[in-house]
Design a protein around this ligand. Structure first.
Ligand code: BG6
Length: 479
């Protein structure tokens, strides 16, 4: 990095952060009073479904090493950190009695972050559902909504003096798809009817929590007062038609509706998209709903939106069968497959540049997503809550990783964010996925994402070249 003034200068106060999720880094999965989550149980009962039988039991041992991790955040220029709370650390059974050790852990973590000048951005639900609730129908059962609302309110009461930025759910579309359409994630179902019910219940749970948050904010529950904000984190992948054929254009619109608009529209506009509602109605799979649930959407839109962006989709109408496959091996010749019979099939971009896990690297897609938020509601604060690249990596002789490709990935996406800001989008911050190499769900641990390399045998952390680069970028507020 040179001493010359940065070409890309970001607005004052722009957040330079990274993200993780509780189950992906914490470990101590069965310790200190924590109850089991659906993912803990799934990984224990079906280790063969996780690449190399990886397990979140120890993950990155962040629970024990959080002080060191916060120090490393500081060393890599972090001014923000996005994390999630493990519901089962607060309520081991999902509701009822709370767990003082879990509460103390998050208080200590928040204090450590704040003392280091790093603002936490807290997600309430990043896919780890209490097992007790999973056994009673999980998100298909509306009772789960009630428990989630109570858990959220408890977190606001417990941590509202320390945390200003909150989000309700992480990527409800992705967790619904993988849990209820492809069946790759727990609860391993393949039922469109269940998927649509779950997605609706997620939307209701989100709106209920937003409502409570605003009431508690008015009542003074947050030290940040009016500055406290609640958002929703969405993986708003851009969907392009595979060709100019009107049928592919229609397939892309449908895919965008099912994956994106079904979640963005209620959260930002307060209503479901009419075409997708009509699609589900015509298939006889509209979710069980009430008028008061729909009214909740209208009355409880978000303060900000979190955008997770990894790669775009290209939709073809040629989808004679449903088919799903995720490349979890990191072998470049293993293609990802996603097709919903008679609706759409995602195809590869023949001229695209792909990672070893089959995800296209296409920074420009981020621009459209950021603009989209602006079109929905001009001026709405937008955080890039995840963006990053999974790679095959190992330590070199100097004990570091020279991850130039990650630096280029982040730099190119930041340039796009900078252009969106220059054109009027209110982008407030960037959280790289991830702070450290972590438990990558069914990919296990081979797919490495971090600024910090984590040695699987010793848990030793080493700052990669990207982490050192980020420190400079943050210090100069640009590059
Ligand atoms: C996002 C999730 O979908 O993508 C993260 O919010 C996840 O939890 C990240 O780890 C990368 O996906 P994966 O499957 O490669 O770990």
């Amino acid at each position: 990095m040179t001493n010359a003034s940065p070409t890309y200068v970001f607005p004052k106060g722009f957040v330079w952060g990274s993200a993780t999720a509780a189950i992906q880094v914490e470990g101590a999965a069965s310790l200190y009073g924590k109850g089991p989550s659906n993912w803990d149980v799934f990984c224990r009962e079906h280790p063969e479904k996780i690449f190399d039988r990886g397990s979140p039991e120890v993950a990155c041992d962040h629970y024990h090493r959080y002080k060191e991790d916060v120090r490393l955040m500081k060393e890599t220029g972090h001014t923000g950190y996005r994390l999630s709370i493990a519901w089962t650390r607060i309520f081991p059974e999902g509701y009822g009695r709370t767990n003082p050790e879990g509460i103390a852990f998050y208080r200590a973590l928040f204090d450590e972050l704040l003392a280091s000048g790093i603002e936490p951005n807290v997600t309430l639900y990043h896919w780890d559902l209490p097992q007790t609730l999973a056994e009673r129908g999980g998100w298909e059962n509306k009772e789960t909504i009630e428990h989630f609302v109570h858990y959220a309110r408890t977190c606001f009461e417990l941590f509202g003096s320390r945390v200003r930025l909150w989000s309700t759910l992480n990527e409800p579309a992705w967790t619904t798809l993988q849990g209820y359409v492809t069946g790759l994630h727990p609860p391993n179902q393949t039922s469109h009817r269940a998927a649509i019910q779950v997605s609706h219940n997620f939307n209701v749970a989100h709106a209920r929590v937003v409502k409570d948050f605003q009431a508690m904010k008015r009542a003074g529950a947050f030290a940040a007062g009016a500055e406290a904000q609640i958002g929703l984190v969405l993986n708003m992948s851009t969907v392009y038609p595979a060709t100019k054929d009107p049928l592919d254009v229609r397939a892309a619109r449908l895919a965008d509706g099912v994956l994106n608009r079904w979640f963005i529209d209620p959260a930002l506009k307060g209503v479901y998209p009419e075409d997708i509602w009509e699609l589900y109605r015509s298939c006889g799979i509209l979710p069980v709903h009430t008028e008061s649930e729909l009214a909740l959407f209208r009355e409880n839109t978000v303060d900000y939106i979190g955008v997770n962006y990894y790669y775009p989709h290209y939709a073809s109408s040629d989808a004679p069968e449903s088919a799903y496959h995720l490349n979890t091996s990191g072998k470049a010749n293993e293609d990802c497959v996603f097709a919903i019979k008679d609706l759409f099939r995602f195809v590869k971009n023949p001229s695209g540049k792909y990672t070893d896990w089959g995800w296209e690297i296409f920074p420009e897609g981020l621009y459209e997503l950021l603009w989209r938020a602006q079109e929905y509601r001009p001026g709405i604060p937008v955080y890039i809550t995840e963006n990053g690249v999974g790679m095959n990596e190992k330590l070199d002789d100097q004990g570091t990783v020279n991850d130039e490709a990650r630096i280029e990935f982040v730099r190119e996406h930041l340039k796009v964010a900078h252009r969106a800001i220059s054109n009027g989008v209110n982008v407030k911050g960037y959280y790289m996925w991830a702070l450290m190499d972590n438990f990558s769900w069914v990919n296990g641990f081979k797919k490495r994402y971090g600024f910090l390399f984590v040695d699987r045998a010793t848990q030793a952390r080493s700052i990669k070249a990207s982490g050192r680069w980020y420190r400079e970028v943050s210090a100069r507020n640009g590059f």
